[in-house]
Design a binder for this molecule. Structure first.
Ligand code: GCW
Length: 676
């Protein structure tokens, strides 16, 4: 339950000698509700790490050991402008280090705002938890992206769309009267990794969330989250003017509709003065939107954006759209709709784009909208909940996948541009920046169903704060904070984490295969899925036949590839040049196509599936060898789930290979375990 904030006792005697005195003298240069929550956090951490109640010296500065405050607060008292200049660190950054004053040294944490101090304190506590504290160390840090956001897909009845960790933690029924202590722990956990925005409700939205009754409930959550620096967003259903406003239309250009959104939004701000804004899914998978009135996405988005603008609110509009009619290739749909609208969205609109063009597949090339527009704010949406990655039964660490996407070169607007550079503004020049993650949090005791789901929540926050961190660094922090610092534990879990995503890709959808999972629930294999809408079936995507396999997205096929920069088109159009991990994403190739290894495509498919199973088994064995190092409860929880994961990896491998063999009509490579 304690997540990475369990604060295990400091065992290293040297570290203890350094830290202990610090907990005897915290001095705050001023007051703020955020400082109250810092004190609460220090109380918890002091008790757990040192068995000690921290002492806050209120009057006597000279007796204190640790100084906390904003740059301005410190400067007023001490004239510290020269010593600590953190103006560059923006609204959320912090500096920490020793400050010499009148012959004494004080360990100091400074921010431009109190929230920066809170982030600094969490960072400082992390250095203690991970054994990296050094009293002489000077460190400054600030986030690269302005909105670091969780998207909950939580319904008002507490079910969670694609949620695998119990029910929604938002107990709407008992709000606003009853405050579940979990709300506070949730805010602590998020603030500790820099998350500063949450959208509470499902993008498949219910208009009732915008009624006065629900605003009062949401207000309570916003009040709890405020000192932790977290802003509340809500999902707005496009047809709300009809459903709760009593209007006959939701046409975004209708004066009554415009007035509805303005009044609703003004009312929202009367309850939540710093309300973040709305998140909208429109004209996608049956959700209402501007197309019903022959209006485009910009016309739809701008009416809500205009209602929010006077309050500095932000409108987040999703680019996950596809037709009611069948697309020749769904991959192309978002660019076809959004590229022509470049420059037409208001300044306070962010278009939230999934990392890939299809749908949170185990591996996708980056979405071609990144780099395709010049005057539109783009945010990225990752999925922390593992809808297509074994849900809450499988251990799949997602940081390597996100890292791969963020570091992908887009070659636009400049040849050096990356996805990360577009969404953090450094390449795109956009000021309003966003990284969103679909939450994997629920009422389960461990929050995320699978204990290792916590690592994905943690990693998302860390990468949203600083996408230049490597997955290995993030894994290392999380393991130390979750399981302690024993070298064997560290190295084994590190290996498990870092290999887990590639393993899953291998046993699920290797070499660019995608969308071949079970129908509707998206769990387990289903390359044979037919029926319903063709673009919800597997055959539409893998296109296996007696000649070969894969989706031709080059110029001879759907030409979705043509939506990328020319550099990528050139490199990827040639099946001998494209990175093999994307091969069947962009090419339909004969079963005997020769791979870089010299083996045939058919053989390589077999080898990849088999390799995935082997890695899953290795993960299981490696975990088993840690029995004496990890408490029985967590050990057994993960041990059982890894056994399930191995059998599911075998299920994926065997069923996919046997199915594809009905087309390939070739024997399996000899070196693999023969599927049956
Ligand atoms: O991945 C798909 C999910 C839907 C989800 C949709 C979306 C919220 O299967 O459950 O709906 O994406 O992102 O809108």
């Amino acid at each position: 339950y304690g997540l990475w904030l369990d604060y295990s006792p400091v065992e290293n005697p040297q570290l203890k000698t350094q830290i202990d005195p610090l907990f005897s003298g915290f001095f705050f240069f001023g007051e703020s509700p955020t400082y109250d929550v810092i004190r609460k956090e220090l109380d918890i951490a002091g008790q757990k790490m040192l068995g000690k109640t921290p002492i806050y010296s209120k009057e006597r500065l000279a007796q204190s050991k640790v100084w906390l405050g904003t740059r301005e607060q410190l400067s007023q008292v001490l004239g510290l402008q020269q010593q600590v200049d953190i103006r560059d660190l923006g609204e959320d950054g912090f500096w920490m280090g020793p400050i010499d004053f009148q012959g004494k040294t004080y360990f100091t944490i400074v921010g431009n705002r109190p929230i920066g101090v809170l982030y600094g304190v969490f960072d400082w506590l992390k250095t203690i938890q991970t054994g990296a504290f050094d009293p002489r160390l000077q460190k400054s840090d600030s986030p690269k992206v302005r909105l670091r956001m969780l998207n909950h897909w939580d319904n008002l009845d507490r079910t969670v769309e694609r949620g695998y960790a119990g029910f929604s933690i938002w107990d709407w029924h008992k709000l606003p009267g009853y405050i579940d202590p979990r709300y506070i722990d949730y805010a602590r956990a998020n603030a500790s990794i820099g998350i500063n925005a949450v959208s509470l409700t499902n993008v498949n939205a219910n208009a009732r969330i915008l009624t006065t009754d629900f605003m009062k409930k949401a207000k309570v959550l916003a009040d709890i989250f405020r000192p932790y620096g977290i802003k509340v967003f809500l999902t707005a259903r496009f047809s709300a003017p009809i459903e709760i406003g009593g209007l006959k239309t939701a046409d975004p250009l209708d004066p009554e509709v415009i007035a509805f959104w303005k009044n609703k939004t003004d009312e929202m701000y009367s309850f939540i003065p710093d309300f973040g804004g709305y998140l909208v899914k429109a004209n996608s998978e049956g959700q209402p939107g501007p197309h019903e009135y022959q209006r485009n996405h910009a016309e739809g988005a701008n009416v809500l954006a205009d209602a929010l603008a006077p309050h500095d609110g932000i409108l987040i509009w999703r680019a996950f759209v596809y037709s009611h009619e069948l697309d020749e290739d769904r991959h192309k749909h978002a660019n076809l709709e959004f590229e022509p609208l470049d420059g037409k969205f208001r300044e306070n609109v962010i278009i939230q784009v999934k990392n890939g063009a299809i749908d949170f597949m185990p591996r996708e090339p980056f979405h071609p909208l990144f780099g395709a527009v010049k005057s539109t704010n783009l945010g990225i949406e990752f999925q922390i909940t593992q809808e297509y990655l074994g849900q809450a039964t499988q251990l799949v660490f997602l940081a390597p996948m996100w890292e791969e996407v963020l570091r992908s070169r887009t070659y636009r607007p400049t040849s050096a541009s990356t996805v990360a550079g577009i969404i953090d503004g450094s390449d795109s020049g956009q000021k309003l920046t966003l990284m969103a993650g679909v939450s994997n949090i629920g009422t389960d005791r461990n929050w995320t169903g699978h204990l290792f789901g916590q690592a994905n929540w943690y990693a998302f926050g860390r990468q949203a704060w600083d996408h230049s961190l490597t997955s290995a660094q993030i894994a290392d922090e999380w393991i130390k904070m979750t399981f302690g610092q024993k070298p064997e534990v560290l190295s084994k879990i590190n290996e498990i984490l870092l290999g887990s995503h590639e393993a899953a890709v291998n046993y699920m959808m290797p070499l660019g295969l995608h969308h071949i999972m079970g129908w509707d629930h998206h769990y387990g294999p289903g390359p044979w899925v037919t029926g319903g809408r063709p673009d919800w079936t597997a055959l539409y995507y893998h296109q296996a036949d007696s000649m070969g396999i894969g989706f031709d997205r080059t110029a001879s096929g759907s030409d979705a590839l043509g939506q990328y920069a020319p550099e990528l088109v050139n490199a990827y159009a040639d099946p001998n040049q494209i990175p093999e991990k994307y091969l069947l994403w962009f090419h339909h190739l004969p079963w005997d196509f020769e791979m870089k290894s010299g083996k045939t495509l058919w053989e390589e498919i077999g080898l990849h599936y088999d390799q995935g199973v082997k890695t899953a088994r290795k993960m299981k064995e490696s975990w088993s060898s840690l029995e004496s190092e990890i408490d029985p409860e967590r050990f057994d929880h993960v041990r059982q789930l890894l056994a399930v994961q191995v059998s599911e990896a075998e299920w994926w491998r065997n069923s996919c290979l046997l199915y594809f063999q009905t087309f390939a009509k070739r024997p399996f490579p000899e070196e693999i375990e023969q599927p049956e």
